[in-house]
Design a protein around this ligand. Sequence first.
Ligand SMILES: Cc1cc2nc3c(=O)[nH]c(=O)nc-3n(C[C@H](O)[C@H](O)[C@H](O)COP(=O)(O)OP(=O)(O)OC[C@H]3O[C@@H](n4cnc5c(N)ncnc54)[C@H](O)[C@@H]3O)c2cc1C
Length: 464
Amino acid sequence: MKTLIKNLKSSGLSKAQIKTLKSILPLDALLLTPQEKLIYGTDAGGRFAMPWAVVRPQTVDQVQQIMHWAEQERVPVIPRASATNVVSACVPHMGGIVMSCLKMNSILSVDQRDFTAHVQPGVITYELQQAVRAKSLFYPPDPASLRVCTIGGNISTNAGGMHAVKYGVTRDYVLGLEVVLPGGELIRTGGRVHKNVVGYDLTSLLVGAEGTLGVIVGAWLKLLPQPPCSATILVCFAEENQALDAVDKVFTTGMLPAALEFLPAEVLSCLSGYASMPWPESAGAALIIQVDGTEAKVKEEISLVCSKLTDTLHLEIARQKEQEHIWELRRLINPASFRLGPDKCSDDVCVPRSRILNAVQGIRSIADDYSLPVLVFGHVGDGNLHVNFMYDGSIQGMKNQVAGCRREMLRLVLELDGSISGEHGVGLSKRPFLTSQPGSGVLRLMRGIKKVFDPHNILNPEKL
Ligand SMILES: Cc1cc2nc3c(=O)[nH]c(=O)nc-3n(C[C@H](O)[C@H](O)[C@H](O)COP(=O)(O)OP(=O)(O)OC[C@H]3O[C@@H](n4cnc5c(N)ncnc54)[C@H](O)[C@@H]3O)c2cc1C
Protein backbone atom coordinates (compact mmCIF):
# COMPACT_ATOMS: atom_id res chain seq x y z
CA MET A 1 0.00 0.00 0.00
CA LYS A 2 2.87 2.35 0.85
CA THR A 3 4.34 1.91 -2.63
CA LEU A 4 0.96 2.62 -4.20
CA ILE A 5 0.70 5.86 -2.25
CA LYS A 6 4.21 6.80 -3.40
CA ASN A 7 3.21 6.17 -7.01
CA LEU A 8 0.06 8.25 -6.63
CA LYS A 9 2.08 11.21 -5.44
CA SER A 10 4.51 10.99 -8.32
CA SER A 11 3.53 12.56 -11.61
CA GLY A 12 3.72 9.32 -13.56
CA LEU A 13 5.88 6.44 -14.60
CA SER A 14 9.64 6.16 -14.22
CA LYS A 15 11.90 5.68 -17.25
CA ALA A 16 12.46 2.07 -16.21
CA GLN A 17 8.70 1.45 -16.00
CA ILE A 18 8.14 2.94 -19.46
CA LYS A 19 10.97 0.78 -20.81
CA THR A 20 9.24 -2.36 -19.48
CA LEU A 21 5.90 -1.35 -21.03
CA LYS A 22 7.70 -0.79 -24.36
CA SER A 23 9.12 -4.30 -24.15
CA ILE A 24 5.60 -5.78 -23.64
CA LEU A 25 3.69 -3.80 -26.26
CA PRO A 26 4.17 -2.87 -29.92
CA LEU A 27 4.96 0.82 -30.55
CA ASP A 28 1.41 1.94 -31.47
CA ALA A 29 -0.11 0.18 -28.43
CA LEU A 30 1.53 2.51 -25.91
CA LEU A 31 0.50 6.19 -25.74
CA LEU A 32 2.68 8.54 -23.72
CA THR A 33 2.29 12.12 -24.98
CA PRO A 34 -0.32 14.43 -23.38
CA GLN A 35 -1.99 14.92 -26.77
CA GLU A 36 -2.41 11.16 -27.26
CA LYS A 37 -3.52 10.53 -23.68
CA LEU A 38 -5.94 13.45 -23.33
CA ILE A 39 -9.19 11.78 -24.41
CA TYR A 40 -8.42 8.74 -22.25
CA GLY A 41 -8.69 10.97 -19.18
CA THR A 42 -12.45 11.32 -19.42
CA ASP A 43 -15.67 9.49 -20.24
CA ALA A 44 -19.36 10.35 -20.64
CA GLY A 45 -19.46 11.08 -16.89
CA GLY A 46 -17.63 14.32 -17.65
CA ARG A 47 -14.79 14.26 -15.07
CA PHE A 48 -11.15 14.35 -16.10
CA ALA A 49 -7.76 13.13 -14.84
CA MET A 50 -4.72 12.68 -17.07
CA PRO A 51 -3.52 9.05 -17.23
CA TRP A 52 0.19 8.33 -16.77
CA ALA A 53 0.09 6.22 -19.94
CA VAL A 54 -2.43 4.44 -22.14
CA VAL A 55 -1.95 0.81 -23.13
CA ARG A 56 -3.91 -0.81 -25.95
CA PRO A 57 -3.23 -4.56 -25.79
CA GLN A 58 -4.27 -6.81 -28.66
CA THR A 59 -3.70 -10.19 -27.02
CA VAL A 60 -4.53 -11.92 -23.76
CA ASP A 61 -0.83 -12.51 -23.23
CA GLN A 62 -0.14 -8.76 -23.36
CA VAL A 63 -2.92 -8.14 -20.82
CA GLN A 64 -1.41 -10.78 -18.54
CA GLN A 65 2.07 -9.30 -18.79
CA ILE A 66 0.79 -5.77 -18.07
CA MET A 67 -1.25 -6.95 -15.08
CA HIS A 68 1.74 -8.88 -13.72
CA TRP A 69 4.00 -5.84 -14.11
CA ALA A 70 1.38 -3.42 -12.69
CA GLU A 71 0.92 -5.46 -9.55
CA GLN A 72 4.67 -5.73 -8.97
CA GLU A 73 5.07 -1.99 -9.47
CA ARG A 74 1.81 -1.13 -7.65
CA VAL A 75 0.67 0.93 -10.64
CA PRO A 76 -3.13 1.41 -10.89
CA VAL A 77 -4.76 0.02 -14.06
CA ILE A 78 -8.07 1.41 -15.28
CA PRO A 79 -9.83 -0.82 -17.83
CA ARG A 80 -11.69 1.13 -20.50
CA ALA A 81 -13.74 0.43 -23.59
CA SER A 82 -15.82 3.05 -25.47
CA ALA A 83 -16.09 5.30 -22.39
CA THR A 84 -19.86 5.82 -22.73
CA ASN A 85 -20.48 5.15 -19.03
CA VAL A 86 -22.01 8.21 -17.41
CA VAL A 87 -20.65 7.74 -13.87
CA SER A 88 -16.92 8.41 -14.49
CA ALA A 89 -16.15 4.71 -14.03
CA CYS A 90 -13.02 4.79 -16.18
CA VAL A 91 -11.50 8.13 -15.20
CA PRO A 92 -7.98 7.59 -13.72
CA HIS A 93 -8.60 9.92 -10.77
CA MET A 94 -5.95 8.16 -8.66
CA GLY A 95 -3.40 8.20 -11.49
CA GLY A 96 -2.19 5.04 -13.22
CA ILE A 97 -2.43 3.60 -16.71
CA VAL A 98 -5.61 3.34 -18.74
CA MET A 99 -6.01 -0.02 -20.49
CA SER A 100 -8.13 0.32 -23.61
CA CYS A 101 -9.71 -3.03 -24.55
CA LEU A 102 -10.99 -1.83 -27.93
CA LYS A 103 -8.35 -3.66 -29.97
CA MET A 104 -9.57 -7.03 -28.70
CA ASN A 105 -12.68 -6.88 -30.82
CA SER A 106 -13.29 -10.20 -32.57
CA ILE A 107 -16.46 -12.27 -32.57
CA LEU A 108 -14.77 -15.64 -32.12
CA SER A 109 -17.81 -17.83 -32.80
CA VAL A 110 -21.59 -17.83 -33.05
CA ASP A 111 -23.03 -21.28 -32.50
CA GLN A 112 -26.48 -21.88 -33.98
CA ARG A 113 -26.93 -25.22 -32.21
CA ASP A 114 -25.75 -24.13 -28.76
CA PHE A 115 -27.32 -20.64 -29.00
CA THR A 116 -24.05 -19.11 -27.80
CA ALA A 117 -21.51 -16.53 -28.94
CA HIS A 118 -17.89 -16.35 -27.85
CA VAL A 119 -16.55 -12.81 -28.10
CA GLN A 120 -13.66 -10.58 -27.16
CA PRO A 121 -14.49 -7.59 -24.91
CA GLY A 122 -14.06 -4.81 -27.48
CA VAL A 123 -16.84 -6.05 -29.80
CA ILE A 124 -19.40 -3.26 -30.35
CA THR A 125 -22.81 -4.36 -29.04
CA TYR A 126 -24.66 -3.43 -32.24
CA GLU A 127 -22.15 -5.37 -34.35
CA LEU A 128 -22.72 -8.50 -32.28
CA GLN A 129 -26.48 -8.04 -32.59
CA GLN A 130 -26.20 -7.78 -36.36
CA ALA A 131 -23.86 -10.76 -36.62
CA VAL A 132 -26.17 -13.06 -34.65
CA ARG A 133 -29.25 -11.72 -36.43
CA ALA A 134 -27.73 -12.88 -39.73
CA LYS A 135 -28.04 -16.39 -38.22
CA SER A 136 -31.66 -15.80 -37.06
CA LEU A 137 -30.45 -15.41 -33.47
CA PHE A 138 -31.02 -12.61 -30.98
CA TYR A 139 -28.79 -10.93 -28.38
CA PRO A 140 -31.35 -8.83 -26.44
CA PRO A 141 -29.41 -6.38 -24.18
CA ASP A 142 -29.82 -3.04 -25.93
CA PRO A 143 -28.46 0.03 -24.13
CA ALA A 144 -29.33 3.19 -26.07
CA SER A 145 -25.58 3.60 -26.66
CA LEU A 146 -25.35 0.24 -28.46
CA ARG A 147 -23.83 1.56 -31.68
CA VAL A 148 -20.78 2.72 -29.72
CA CYS A 149 -20.50 0.75 -26.48
CA THR A 150 -18.88 -2.66 -26.17
CA ILE A 151 -19.72 -6.06 -24.77
CA GLY A 152 -16.86 -5.73 -22.22
CA GLY A 153 -18.25 -2.38 -21.03
CA ASN A 154 -21.82 -3.74 -20.98
CA ILE A 155 -20.73 -6.74 -18.89
CA SER A 156 -18.75 -4.56 -16.49
CA THR A 157 -21.76 -2.24 -15.96
CA ASN A 158 -24.45 -4.92 -16.31
CA ALA A 159 -26.06 -2.68 -18.91
CA GLY A 160 -29.79 -2.75 -19.50
CA GLY A 161 -31.97 -1.20 -22.17
CA MET A 162 -35.47 -0.76 -23.53
CA HIS A 163 -36.06 -4.48 -23.81
CA ALA A 164 -35.07 -5.33 -20.24
CA VAL A 165 -38.73 -5.52 -19.17
CA LYS A 166 -39.18 -8.72 -21.19
CA TYR A 167 -35.67 -9.95 -21.85
CA GLY A 168 -33.66 -8.88 -18.80
CA VAL A 169 -30.24 -7.24 -18.64
CA THR A 170 -26.69 -8.15 -19.66
CA ARG A 171 -26.15 -10.43 -16.64
CA ASP A 172 -28.94 -12.71 -17.90
CA TYR A 173 -26.92 -13.42 -21.06
CA VAL A 174 -23.40 -13.98 -19.68
CA LEU A 175 -22.66 -17.71 -19.45
CA GLY A 176 -18.96 -17.48 -18.79
CA LEU A 177 -15.97 -15.16 -18.69
CA GLU A 178 -12.23 -15.21 -19.29
CA VAL A 179 -10.63 -12.76 -16.92
CA VAL A 180 -7.09 -11.61 -16.18
CA LEU A 181 -6.64 -10.90 -12.48
CA PRO A 182 -4.28 -8.36 -10.90
CA GLY A 183 -0.95 -10.23 -10.94
CA GLY A 184 -1.62 -11.65 -14.41
CA GLU A 185 -3.39 -14.95 -13.74
CA LEU A 186 -5.97 -15.91 -16.39
CA ILE A 187 -9.12 -17.53 -14.99
CA ARG A 188 -12.24 -18.88 -16.65
CA THR A 189 -15.64 -18.79 -14.98
CA GLY A 190 -18.58 -20.69 -16.46
CA GLY A 191 -18.43 -21.38 -20.19
CA ARG A 192 -20.58 -22.55 -23.08
CA VAL A 193 -23.19 -24.34 -21.01
CA HIS A 194 -26.55 -22.74 -20.23
CA LYS A 195 -26.72 -24.27 -16.75
CA ASN A 196 -23.85 -24.44 -14.30
CA VAL A 197 -24.03 -24.67 -10.51
CA VAL A 198 -20.50 -25.69 -9.56
CA GLY A 199 -19.38 -23.42 -6.75
CA TYR A 200 -19.93 -19.71 -6.15
CA ASP A 201 -21.29 -17.83 -9.15
CA LEU A 202 -18.21 -15.75 -9.94
CA THR A 203 -19.51 -14.96 -13.43
CA SER A 204 -22.41 -13.02 -11.93
CA LEU A 205 -20.08 -11.34 -9.45
CA LEU A 206 -17.83 -10.09 -12.24
CA VAL A 207 -20.82 -8.74 -14.19
CA GLY A 208 -21.36 -5.17 -12.98
CA ALA A 209 -18.01 -5.04 -11.14
CA GLU A 210 -17.03 -1.91 -13.11
CA GLY A 211 -13.53 -3.20 -13.86
CA THR A 212 -12.54 -3.40 -10.19
CA LEU A 213 -11.98 -7.18 -9.93
CA GLY A 214 -10.38 -8.31 -13.20
CA VAL A 215 -9.92 -7.46 -16.87
CA ILE A 216 -12.44 -9.30 -19.03
CA VAL A 217 -10.69 -10.70 -22.10
CA GLY A 218 -13.41 -13.05 -23.36
CA ALA A 219 -17.09 -13.85 -22.82
CA TRP A 220 -19.53 -16.62 -23.67
CA LEU A 221 -22.96 -15.14 -24.24
CA LYS A 222 -26.37 -16.73 -24.38
CA LEU A 223 -28.48 -16.12 -27.49
CA LEU A 224 -32.20 -16.53 -28.21
CA PRO A 225 -34.11 -17.18 -31.42
CA GLN A 226 -34.79 -13.91 -33.27
CA PRO A 227 -38.48 -12.93 -32.84
CA PRO A 228 -39.82 -12.78 -36.41
CA CYS A 229 -42.23 -9.86 -35.89
CA SER A 230 -42.70 -6.79 -33.75
CA ALA A 231 -45.01 -3.79 -33.52
CA THR A 232 -45.12 -0.57 -31.53
CA ILE A 233 -48.14 1.17 -30.06
CA LEU A 234 -47.86 4.89 -29.36
CA VAL A 235 -50.66 5.98 -27.07
CA CYS A 236 -51.33 9.44 -25.60
CA PHE A 237 -53.50 10.51 -22.70
CA ALA A 238 -54.78 13.84 -21.44
CA GLU A 239 -53.51 13.16 -17.90
CA GLU A 240 -50.34 11.62 -16.55
CA ASN A 241 -52.13 9.35 -14.07
CA GLN A 242 -54.17 7.87 -16.93
CA ALA A 243 -50.92 6.88 -18.62
CA LEU A 244 -49.49 5.37 -15.44
CA ASP A 245 -52.77 3.52 -14.76
CA ALA A 246 -52.50 2.12 -18.26
CA VAL A 247 -49.09 0.63 -17.38
CA ASP A 248 -50.79 -1.54 -14.74
CA LYS A 249 -53.55 -2.45 -17.17
CA VAL A 250 -51.00 -3.68 -19.73
CA PHE A 251 -49.54 -6.06 -17.14
CA THR A 252 -52.96 -7.35 -16.08
CA THR A 253 -53.34 -8.82 -19.59
CA GLY A 254 -50.82 -11.45 -18.49
CA MET A 255 -48.43 -10.64 -21.35
CA LEU A 256 -44.99 -9.07 -21.07
CA PRO A 257 -44.39 -6.18 -23.46
CA ALA A 258 -40.99 -6.19 -25.16
CA ALA A 259 -40.63 -2.50 -24.18
CA LEU A 260 -42.77 -0.03 -22.25
CA GLU A 261 -41.65 3.60 -22.09
CA PHE A 262 -43.25 6.60 -20.37
CA LEU A 263 -43.05 10.18 -21.67
CA PRO A 264 -44.61 12.82 -19.38
CA ALA A 265 -45.88 16.27 -20.47
CA GLU A 266 -42.47 17.95 -19.88
CA VAL A 267 -40.80 15.50 -22.27
CA LEU A 268 -43.52 15.90 -24.90
CA SER A 269 -43.13 19.65 -24.68
CA CYS A 270 -39.32 19.44 -25.06
CA LEU A 271 -39.76 17.27 -28.13
CA SER A 272 -42.32 19.61 -29.72
CA GLY A 273 -40.61 21.87 -32.18
CA TYR A 274 -37.59 19.56 -32.08
CA ALA A 275 -39.26 16.93 -34.23
CA SER A 276 -42.66 16.60 -35.89
CA MET A 277 -45.10 15.36 -33.28
CA PRO A 278 -47.55 12.58 -34.02
CA TRP A 279 -49.71 13.51 -30.98
CA PRO A 280 -52.19 16.33 -30.21
CA GLU A 281 -50.88 19.39 -28.35
CA SER A 282 -53.20 18.65 -25.44
CA ALA A 283 -51.47 15.34 -24.68
CA GLY A 284 -50.43 15.18 -21.01
CA ALA A 285 -48.40 11.97 -21.25
CA ALA A 286 -47.60 9.14 -23.65
CA LEU A 287 -46.63 5.48 -23.52
CA ILE A 288 -44.64 3.63 -26.14
CA ILE A 289 -45.40 -0.09 -26.01
CA GLN A 290 -43.64 -2.71 -28.10
CA VAL A 291 -44.74 -6.31 -28.56
CA ASP A 292 -42.86 -9.06 -30.43
CA GLY A 293 -43.07 -12.74 -31.38
CA THR A 294 -44.70 -14.62 -34.24
CA GLU A 295 -47.08 -12.69 -36.47
CA ALA A 296 -50.09 -14.31 -34.78
CA LYS A 297 -48.73 -13.55 -31.30
CA VAL A 298 -48.04 -9.92 -32.17
CA LYS A 299 -51.59 -9.54 -33.50
CA GLU A 300 -53.04 -11.15 -30.39
CA GLU A 301 -50.97 -9.00 -28.01
CA ILE A 302 -51.82 -5.76 -29.85
CA SER A 303 -55.53 -6.47 -29.49
CA LEU A 304 -55.08 -7.51 -25.84
CA VAL A 305 -53.24 -4.26 -25.03
CA CYS A 306 -55.61 -2.05 -27.03
CA SER A 307 -58.63 -3.61 -25.31
CA LYS A 308 -57.26 -2.29 -22.00
CA LEU A 309 -56.41 1.23 -23.17
CA THR A 310 -59.34 3.55 -22.56
CA ASP A 311 -59.70 7.36 -22.59
CA THR A 312 -56.90 7.76 -25.09
CA LEU A 313 -56.30 11.00 -26.99
CA HIS A 314 -54.29 9.35 -29.72
CA LEU A 315 -53.38 5.76 -30.57
CA GLU A 316 -51.11 4.65 -33.38
CA ILE A 317 -49.85 1.18 -34.24
CA ALA A 318 -46.73 0.77 -36.36
CA ARG A 319 -45.26 -2.54 -37.50
CA GLN A 320 -41.79 -3.68 -38.48
CA LYS A 321 -39.75 -0.84 -40.04
CA GLU A 322 -42.59 1.70 -39.68
CA GLN A 323 -41.96 1.68 -35.91
CA GLU A 324 -38.62 3.39 -36.33
CA HIS A 325 -40.04 6.95 -36.33
CA ILE A 326 -41.59 6.37 -32.90
CA TRP A 327 -38.37 5.02 -31.39
CA GLU A 328 -36.45 7.87 -33.02
CA LEU A 329 -38.58 10.26 -30.90
CA ARG A 330 -37.63 8.31 -27.79
CA ARG A 331 -33.93 8.64 -28.69
CA LEU A 332 -34.36 12.40 -29.24
CA ILE A 333 -35.26 13.02 -25.59
CA ASN A 334 -31.61 13.38 -24.59
CA PRO A 335 -30.69 16.15 -27.09
CA ALA A 336 -34.14 17.81 -26.74
CA SER A 337 -33.77 18.01 -22.94
CA PHE A 338 -31.11 20.73 -23.32
CA ARG A 339 -33.86 23.14 -24.35
CA LEU A 340 -34.51 23.41 -20.59
CA GLY A 341 -30.95 24.25 -19.58
CA PRO A 342 -27.34 23.93 -20.78
CA ASP A 343 -26.37 21.45 -18.03
CA LYS A 344 -27.86 18.23 -16.81
CA CYS A 345 -27.68 16.17 -13.62
CA SER A 346 -28.80 12.76 -14.76
CA ASP A 347 -29.76 9.71 -12.69
CA ASP A 348 -31.28 6.33 -13.52
CA VAL A 349 -33.17 5.32 -10.42
CA CYS A 350 -35.38 2.26 -10.13
CA VAL A 351 -38.51 1.83 -7.99
CA PRO A 352 -41.00 -1.01 -7.61
CA ARG A 353 -43.50 -0.69 -10.48
CA SER A 354 -46.35 -0.13 -8.03
CA ARG A 355 -44.61 3.04 -6.77
CA ILE A 356 -43.87 4.77 -10.05
CA LEU A 357 -46.59 7.39 -9.57
CA ASN A 358 -45.29 8.22 -6.04
CA ALA A 359 -41.77 8.50 -7.45
CA VAL A 360 -42.71 10.71 -10.41
CA GLN A 361 -44.84 13.06 -8.29
CA GLY A 362 -42.36 13.11 -5.40
CA ILE A 363 -39.39 13.89 -7.63
CA ARG A 364 -41.30 16.68 -9.36
CA SER A 365 -42.24 18.18 -6.02
CA ILE A 366 -38.58 18.12 -4.85
CA ALA A 367 -37.52 19.80 -8.11
CA ASP A 368 -40.21 22.47 -7.59
CA ASP A 369 -38.85 23.18 -4.10
CA TYR A 370 -35.47 23.87 -5.67
CA SER A 371 -36.99 25.72 -8.67
CA LEU A 372 -35.29 23.32 -11.07
CA PRO A 373 -36.80 22.00 -14.32
CA VAL A 374 -36.90 18.20 -14.23
CA LEU A 375 -37.66 15.42 -16.70
CA VAL A 376 -38.74 12.07 -15.24
CA PHE A 377 -39.25 9.48 -17.96
CA GLY A 378 -38.16 6.11 -19.20
CA HIS A 379 -38.49 2.39 -18.75
CA VAL A 380 -41.68 2.25 -16.64
CA GLY A 381 -42.10 -1.40 -17.56
CA ASP A 382 -39.41 -2.28 -15.05
CA GLY A 383 -39.66 0.82 -12.81
CA ASN A 384 -36.42 2.29 -14.15
CA LEU A 385 -36.82 6.06 -14.38
CA HIS A 386 -34.41 8.56 -15.89
CA VAL A 387 -34.33 11.73 -13.80
CA ASN A 388 -32.76 14.77 -15.46
CA PHE A 389 -32.44 17.98 -13.44
CA MET A 390 -31.67 20.74 -15.96
CA TYR A 391 -29.69 23.82 -14.90
CA ASP A 392 -27.11 26.40 -15.84
CA GLY A 393 -23.84 25.56 -14.11
CA SER A 394 -22.39 29.02 -14.79
CA ILE A 395 -24.84 30.56 -12.27
CA GLN A 396 -23.14 30.93 -8.89
CA GLY A 397 -24.31 28.42 -6.29
CA MET A 398 -26.34 26.46 -8.84
CA LYS A 399 -24.20 23.32 -8.64
CA ASN A 400 -24.70 23.12 -4.86
CA GLN A 401 -28.42 23.61 -5.32
CA VAL A 402 -28.56 20.76 -7.83
CA ALA A 403 -26.49 18.53 -5.52
CA GLY A 404 -28.96 19.16 -2.67
CA CYS A 405 -31.92 18.43 -4.91
CA ARG A 406 -30.30 15.22 -6.15
CA ARG A 407 -29.59 14.06 -2.57
CA GLU A 408 -33.26 14.53 -1.64
CA MET A 409 -34.39 12.74 -4.77
CA LEU A 410 -32.16 9.72 -4.03
CA ARG A 411 -33.41 9.67 -0.43
CA LEU A 412 -37.00 9.55 -1.70
CA VAL A 413 -36.13 6.66 -4.04
CA LEU A 414 -34.69 4.67 -1.12
CA GLU A 415 -37.79 5.43 0.99
CA LEU A 416 -39.85 3.93 -1.83
CA ASP A 417 -37.77 0.73 -1.59
CA GLY A 418 -36.01 1.64 -4.80
CA SER A 419 -32.41 1.59 -6.03
CA ILE A 420 -30.22 4.65 -6.66
CA SER A 421 -29.08 3.10 -9.96
CA GLY A 422 -31.03 0.81 -12.26
CA GLU A 423 -28.47 0.57 -15.06
CA HIS A 424 -25.66 3.13 -15.05
CA GLY A 425 -23.79 1.89 -11.97
CA VAL A 426 -21.70 3.64 -9.34
CA GLY A 427 -18.33 4.78 -10.73
CA LEU A 428 -17.26 7.97 -8.97
CA SER A 429 -20.58 9.69 -9.26
CA LYS A 430 -22.70 7.50 -6.91
CA ARG A 431 -19.85 6.51 -4.56
CA PRO A 432 -20.80 9.02 -1.85
CA PHE A 433 -24.22 7.35 -1.56
CA LEU A 434 -23.01 3.79 -0.99
CA THR A 435 -23.48 3.96 2.77
CA SER A 436 -27.23 4.41 2.17
CA GLN A 437 -27.38 1.59 -0.37
CA PRO A 438 -26.29 -1.18 -0.03
CA GLY A 439 -25.35 -0.22 3.55
CA SER A 440 -22.44 -0.96 5.86
CA GLY A 441 -22.78 -4.76 6.25
CA VAL A 442 -22.86 -5.43 2.52
CA LEU A 443 -20.13 -2.84 1.92
CA ARG A 444 -17.86 -4.68 4.38
CA LEU A 445 -18.35 -7.93 2.42
CA MET A 446 -17.78 -6.12 -0.88
CA ARG A 447 -14.49 -4.69 0.43
CA GLY A 448 -13.47 -8.20 1.47
CA ILE A 449 -14.23 -9.53 -2.02
CA LYS A 450 -12.19 -6.72 -3.60
CA LYS A 451 -9.23 -7.66 -1.35
CA VAL A 452 -9.36 -11.30 -2.43
CA PHE A 453 -9.31 -10.41 -6.14
CA ASP A 454 -7.03 -7.38 -5.88
CA PRO A 455 -5.00 -7.42 -2.65
CA HIS A 456 -2.89 -4.40 -3.62
CA ASN A 457 -5.84 -2.30 -4.85
CA ILE A 458 -4.37 -1.65 -8.30
CA LEU A 459 -7.45 -2.29 -10.45
CA ASN A 460 -9.70 0.74 -10.99
CA PRO A 461 -9.01 1.81 -7.37
CA GLU A 462 -11.52 3.78 -5.30
CA LYS A 463 -14.40 3.17 -7.70
CA LEU A 464 -17.68 1.45 -6.89
C1 LIG B 1 -26.22 8.29 -24.96
C2 LIG B 1 -26.02 7.21 -23.94
C3 LIG B 1 -27.04 6.28 -23.74
C4 LIG B 1 -26.89 5.27 -22.78
N1 LIG B 1 -27.89 4.38 -22.63
C5 LIG B 1 -27.75 3.38 -21.72
C6 LIG B 1 -28.80 2.43 -21.54
O1 LIG B 1 -29.84 2.48 -22.19
N2 LIG B 1 -28.60 1.45 -20.64
C7 LIG B 1 -27.44 1.35 -19.91
O2 LIG B 1 -27.31 0.41 -19.11
N3 LIG B 1 -26.45 2.24 -20.05
C8 LIG B 1 -26.56 3.24 -20.95
N4 LIG B 1 -25.55 4.15 -21.10
C9 LIG B 1 -24.33 4.01 -20.31
C10 LIG B 1 -23.20 3.20 -21.02
O3 LIG B 1 -23.40 3.18 -22.42
C11 LIG B 1 -23.11 1.78 -20.48
O4 LIG B 1 -22.71 1.83 -19.13
C12 LIG B 1 -22.14 0.87 -21.26
O5 LIG B 1 -22.29 -0.46 -20.80
C13 LIG B 1 -20.67 1.26 -21.17
O6 LIG B 1 -19.96 0.54 -22.17
P1 LIG B 1 -18.56 1.06 -22.73
O7 LIG B 1 -18.11 0.08 -23.76
O8 LIG B 1 -18.66 2.45 -23.19
O9 LIG B 1 -17.66 0.93 -21.43
P2 LIG B 1 -16.79 2.05 -20.68
O10 LIG B 1 -17.62 3.23 -20.40
O11 LIG B 1 -15.51 2.26 -21.40
O12 LIG B 1 -16.47 1.29 -19.32
C14 LIG B 1 -17.49 1.04 -18.41
C15 LIG B 1 -16.94 0.27 -17.21
O13 LIG B 1 -16.47 -0.99 -17.64
C16 LIG B 1 -15.12 -1.21 -17.29
N5 LIG B 1 -14.55 -2.01 -18.37
C17 LIG B 1 -14.58 -1.74 -19.69
N6 LIG B 1 -14.01 -2.76 -20.36
C18 LIG B 1 -13.62 -3.68 -19.46
C19 LIG B 1 -12.99 -4.95 -19.53
N7 LIG B 1 -12.62 -5.51 -20.67
N8 LIG B 1 -12.74 -5.63 -18.38
C20 LIG B 1 -13.10 -5.09 -17.17
N9 LIG B 1 -13.70 -3.90 -17.05
C21 LIG B 1 -13.97 -3.21 -18.19
C22 LIG B 1 -14.53 0.17 -17.12
O14 LIG B 1 -13.45 0.18 -16.20
C23 LIG B 1 -15.73 0.93 -16.55
O15 LIG B 1 -15.80 0.69 -15.16
C24 LIG B 1 -25.69 5.19 -22.02
C25 LIG B 1 -24.67 6.12 -22.23
C26 LIG B 1 -24.83 7.13 -23.17
C27 LIG B 1 -23.71 8.10 -23.36
